[in-house]
Design a protein around this ligand. Structure first.
Ligand code: NAD
Length: 321
């Protein structure tokens, strides 16, 4: 869903008003061209995804008597993690899912956490398991995530699911990159043959994002930039699609972007009481073709994709088509 923001800007000088009629046909070329980017409305697209999930969950309940059930594990009292988990619980409720939150103290031991995961793995009543990151520093995150049963791994972090996704036969797709792909397809933005520059190479966002854009069907040509990449601005200026997942507020500057670029801002950074992305939105919005806002772009899609993965997990475990 593309929505025009209220901001208006013009590519050329404002020497004549935009609404002035041309004196002759040649003057069309001198009329300032509106250049405000189209806003990719993640909130609205996510809402549509969530409604579809709700309908499918209702149908599953009618046909099988089973409700998808997500178990979330939260270790410690990190305020941001508490908000994320609460939002996921709310989303489950509106999708008609069950959710259970397992709160553990910040000093929980590795064996205690592994024991809880083992219990959830073997509980047929639980379809999806989510371990909220980051974990307290004394815990081995990789070992913890590897312990989640692959069929319940709704975040798609388990190596088995990462491998399946890389081979182009995904069981679950990591929620944030999956949400980005859905934003692009829902807004009719083509990826085939286009040059996508992904900034960031994390296991959660950057790497799977690059893999999905590269996949047959998406067919983008992908460049991945990271903290050791020189001249990111030069690479960005060649990009038809820029996906920023850096974690640095307003890292991508307006003059790094081509006028017809599509900009997907994954970043969520708190600046005072404001949330800002990894792209300098105010500088970019007057230059590019389309852009996601922060908040209201990728964030809502991440939760919608988590719901889809949980529904898939329930289907796989009860053998429901
Ligand atoms: P991360 O810290 O794990 O990874 C950041 C990546 O950026 C790294 O790969 C690093 O190489 C790269 N990087 C760091 N500094 C750089 C520099 N100066 N130049 C180029 N590359 C640089 O972060 P992440 O988990 O991938 O998250 C990235 C951002 O996305 C964060 O702001 C995070 O809050 C946000 N995020 C949003 C959602 C969502 O739902 N919208 C989900 C996950 C993450």
């Amino acid at each position: 869903m593309l929505v025009r923001p209220t901001v208006r800007a013009f590519r050329t000088s404002r020497c004549r008003p935009a609404f002035a009629p041309p004196h002759n046909s040649n003057e069309f070329s001198r009329i300032p061209t509106p250049m405000t980017a189209q806003l990719i409305d993640g909130k609205q697209i996510a809402e549509q995804c969530r409604q579809q999930v709700r309908q499918q969950a209702d149908a599953m309940l009618q046909q099988t008597g089973i409700t998808p059930h997500l178990a979330a594990i939260l270790c410690g009292d990190d305020p941001a993690s508490q908000v994320y988990v609460r939002n996921k619980e709310k989303a489950c409720a509106t999708a008609g899912f069950r959710s259970t939150l397992h709160r553990l103290p910040a000093d929980v031991t590795q064996p205690q956490l592994l024991q809880l995961i083992a219990a959830l793995n073997s509980n047929p009543d639980v379809h999806g398991i989510l371990v909220q990151l980051p974990l307290p520093r004394h815990l081995d995150t990789v070992a913890i995530l590897d312990a989640v049963a692959p069929l319940k791994d709704v975040d798609a972090f388990h190596p088995e699911n990462v491998g399946l996704m890389l081979q182009g036969r995904p069981r679950f797709v990591p929620c944030t990159p999956s949400g980005v792909m859905r934003l692009l397809s829902a807004t009719g933005i083509p990826t085939a043959g286009r040059h996508a520059v992904v900034i960031g190479r994390s296991d959660i966002v950057g790497k799977p994002m690059a893999a999905l854009l590269l996949q047959k069907g998406a067919d983008a040509t992908v460049t991945v930039c990271h903290s050791r990449t020189p001249d990111i601005a030069v690479l960005c200026r060649q990009a038809d699609i820029v996906v920023a997942a850096v974690g640095i507020p307003r890292f991508v500057r307006g003059d790094w972007l081509k006028p017809d670029a599509v900009v997907i801002d994954v970043g969520i950074n708190r600046l005072g009481d404001k949330l800002v992305g990894d792209v300098d939105f105010d500088a970019a919005v007057d230059r590019v073709a389309a852009i996601t806002p922060v908040p209201g772009g990728v964030g809502p899609m991440t939760i919608a994709m988590l719901l889809e993965n949980t529904l898939t997990a329930a289907r796989l475990q009860i053998n429901h088509p």
